[in-house]
Write a protein that binds this ligand. Structure first.
Ligand code: APR
Length: 236
């Protein structure tokens, strides 16, 4: 097993696979969210403008299900490693909030969060964990929408800049549980590679970007990550 303790500035770049062992389905592959739901009906601005309540029904079900899930040993291993190596950054595509609930700090959420609401009119963003929502509309009268990057939405410049700053400075990037098919997120590990970072892929399966990685740890995040951080964190 590669010793992550030999690196100074590690970035963990995570996708839906890290939350599988918490009981949250991935988006693709068997049992994936997009196998059950057509994202064009539930997770894009056009669908929201067409039928905001239908889109909220889908997201309120996700908030209820995800809200009942707990961080798993994979999330906890990353948080424990970051506690001992404060230069560590977490860049996630996930909207479930489980990294922060495991104790990770300064998590960069590329695709937003199920646990924030954004007003369609005034753009105000506020945290919200209520299930069900007391109201789907802001005090100004306009609809809330989930503060999530939907298909067709642009990522915020500030979020991209924060992710690029962390990834450009790292000497090791550990990609965990991502299929590497959604851009621009998917190409971020290649930025690290161009800067000479060591690339480590934690995924039971190959991905289209596997050839770009130096090390392939073919296993579940909850099994692999505690072992990967053990030299710094100790046996967990
Ligand atoms: N541990 C690690 N990886 C796992 C595990 C596990 N226990 N189980 C599955 N995986 C891997 C799968 O092999 C797959 O490569 O997790 C990956 C999940 O891929 P996706 O479902 O495509 O999730 P992700 O890569 O995060 O999707 C990116 O797509 O729909 C959009 O915005 C959404 O953020 C999401 C983006």
């Amino acid at each position: 097993m590669i010793d992550l303790g030999t690196f100074e500035r590690v970035v963990f770049f995570t996708g839906a696979g890290i939350s599988v062992e918490s009981g949250i389905p991935t988006y693709r592959g068997s049992g994936g969210v997009w196998a059950a739901y057509d994202y064009r009906q539930y997770a894009c601005q056009e669908a929201f403008l067409r039928d905001p309540d239908k889109v909220w029904e889908f997201h309120e079900v996700r908030r209820r299900r995800v809200g009942a899930c707990e961080p798993n040993p994979g999330h906890r291993a990353i948080a424990a490693f970051q506690e001992r190596r404060p230069a560590t950054r977490v860049v996630t595509q996930n909207i479930d909030g489980l990294h922060a609930r495991a104790g990770a700090t300064d998590v960069i959420e590329l695709h937003g969060s199920l646990w924030r609401l954004r007003c369609e009119r005034c753009g105000s963003v506020e945290p919200s964990t209520d299930v069900p929502l007391p109201s789907r509309k802001h005090a100004c009268g306009a609809w809330y929408r989930p503060d999530i990057v939907w298909f067709g939405d642009a990522l915020s410049r500030a979020t991209i800049d924060a992710a690029l700053a962390a990834i450009s400075a790292c000497d090791a990037l550990v990609a965990v549980g991502t299929s590497a098919v959604v851009y621009p997120a998917a190409e971020l590990p290649l930025v690290a590679r161009r800067r000479g970072a060591r690339l480590i892929e934690v995924n039971p399966e190959e991905t289209p970007l596997s050839d770009a990685y130096d090390v392939h740890l073919r296993g579940k995040a909850g099994d692999v990550l505690p072992e990967l951080v053990a030299s710094v964190v100790g046996a967990t």
